[in-house]
Ligand binder design. Structure first.
Ligand code: MG
Length: 168
């Protein structure tokens, strides 16, 4: 009784300097990301992975950027709503693996803080959360924005009861 979900997002750098939010953590950066919400590209990928794993509508459908309601929204709310739906559907997060792709800023000093923030949001141990960082070596979008990939494994919340009910 397992499910997997995959999420991806990409935001371009804003022309104005601004706070950069990644994984719910403020990262020192000369540039922030453009977006309708707080533009936390990593949390958006995570929310979509959670929603995808339970066959729910995606983030853009649930929180349309056409709605003024979500302007400047703290993206932790998106993950919390996706996580609420996961639990309501009878699943719990097993582990989550992510990759953030950008040429700047350097994310290594912030990875542990991001893992901790994500683990709190998803109520899993830090060891169940991975945040990896990649550059594009100056190719592709690396200097223009930040992309994030996320994959999540869900376990059924009551596997033993289900097993006995199914006679397995
Ligand atoms: Mg997004």
């Amino acid at each position: 009784m397992m499910r997997v979900g995959i999420g991806y997002d990409l935001h371009r750098f804003d022309s104005a300097p601004g706070p950069l939010k990644l994984g719910g953590v403020s990262i020192p950066s000369t540039r922030g990301l453009a977006g309708h919400s707080d533009a936390d590209v990593l949390l958006h990928a995570i929310a979509d992975a959670l929603l995808g794993a339970i066959g729910a509508p995606d983030l853009g459908e649930l929180f349309p950027s056409s709605s003024a309601k979500y302007r400047g929204m703290d993206s932790r709310c998106f993950v919390e709503e996706a996580h609420r739906r996961v639990r309501a559907a009878g699943w719990i997060v097993g582990n989550i693996d992510t990759t953030v792709v950008t040429d700047a800023p350097t994310l290594t000093p912030h990875k542990q803080k991001m893992r901790q923030a994500i683990s709190r949001l998803l109520t899993v141990p830090v060891s169940a959360v991975s945040v990896k960082a990649k550059t594009t070596e100056g190719l592709a979008h690396g200097a223009k924005g930040i992309a994030a990939h996320a994959i999540v494994l869900l376990n059924h919340a009551t596997p033993s009861r289900r097993r006995s009910r199914d006679g397995r």
